[in-house]
Design a protein around this ligand. Structure first.
Ligand SMILES: C[S@@+](CC[C@H](N)C(=O)[O-])C[C@H]1O[C@@H](n2cnc3c(N)ncnc32)[C@H](O)[C@@H]1O
Length: 254
């Protein structure tokens, strides 16, 4: 029943939103790329890869440097949703260094073959909150989540709802390939309720809740989102308990 409703909804949004650009329109061969346009640590590791395949949008490479650069050589606990051929876990191991705890989760049992190479791999679905909680428990907590899984809106939502509360104070929750929020085949559509983009817009409201909800500006009740940063197709939600809000005149008026 839910499947039929989802299919009908997708049809409706396809009519409303027109035909989205197919993913294949953006796929390039290595020869077509001017690598000098992508300087930085992450790009160097990416283009230098000669092991398991890793598939990334090129404009993400400098963004990763900006958002993850502070974690290089730190004992960070990093969880990636979506293992695919194992190449991205190799990339993160090289990027973050040996002190990092790196886990990947994937629904595809074949990904278990990559367990223990550059990180630990656990098999399960990103829309299964119990599974995700077990993985984080095994990790001893999580500082950064990168959702590069199915890119289906309901899955992105389920993972965010399960994992964001578990992210440590000061940590990051990153969702990538958010362009699927506009593609009906991923339960997307411009302005369609419940897409990755729309749930993040809701978080923009949540981080300002003390301006419209009575009694929120207390130490027990203060919002846990410090910032939300949008790039093209990547959003970074920074989890940090906000300082109590208030404004003051300095020096005090006489
Ligand atoms: C885009 S690929 C991941 C790419 C990888 N991170 C990389 O950069 O090379 C998406 C992966 O998500 C996995 N996936 C699809 N649906 C999933 C789900 N419901 N839960 C967890 N993983 C899922 C697929 O099996 C696939 O390996």
């Amino acid at each position: 029943m839910t499947d039929t409703i989802t299919k009908l909804n997708n049809k409706l949004w396809r009519i409303k939103g027109g035909t989205p650009t197919p993913f294949s329109d953006f796929t390039l061969s290595l020869e077509q790329i001017d690598k000098t346009k992508y300087p930085g640590r992450c790009a160097d590791i990416f283009f230098g890869n000669d092991k398991e395949g890793v598939f990334k949008w090129l404009h993400y490479l400098p963004i990763y440097d900006r958002i993850f650069g502070k974690y290089v050589d730190q004992p960070i606990r990093f969880l990636e949703i979506g293992v695919f051929r194992g190449g991205s876990l190799n990339l993160w191991r090289e990027f973050f260094g040996p002190a990092a705890t790196i886990y990947g989760v994937d629904i595809d049992p074949a990904c278990a073959a990559f367990d223990g190479i550059s990180g630990q791999v656990r098999i399960g679905s990103q829309d299964d909150p119990e599974f995700l909680r077990r993985v984080v428990e095994e990790m001893g907590g999580v500082d950064v989540v990168l959702d590069d899984g199915s890119h289906v809106s309901s899955h992105q939502r389920a993972s965010f709802e399960a994992l964001f509360p578990l992210v440590s104070d000061g940590g990051l929750y990153v969702i990538e390939d958010l362009h699927t929020a506009y593609w009906p085949s991923y339960e997307g559509g411009l302005g369609r309720p419940g897409t990755g983009i729309e749930i993040l817009k809701d978080q923009v409201d949540a981080m300002h809740q003390h301006y419209y909800t009575q009694g929120v500006n207390t130490s027990e009740n203060i919002p846990q989102i410090e910032s939300i940063q949008f790039f093209d197709s990547i959003a970074v939600v920074e989890k940090r308990t906000q300082l109590p809000r208030g404004c003051v005149m300095v020096p005090a008026p006489k």
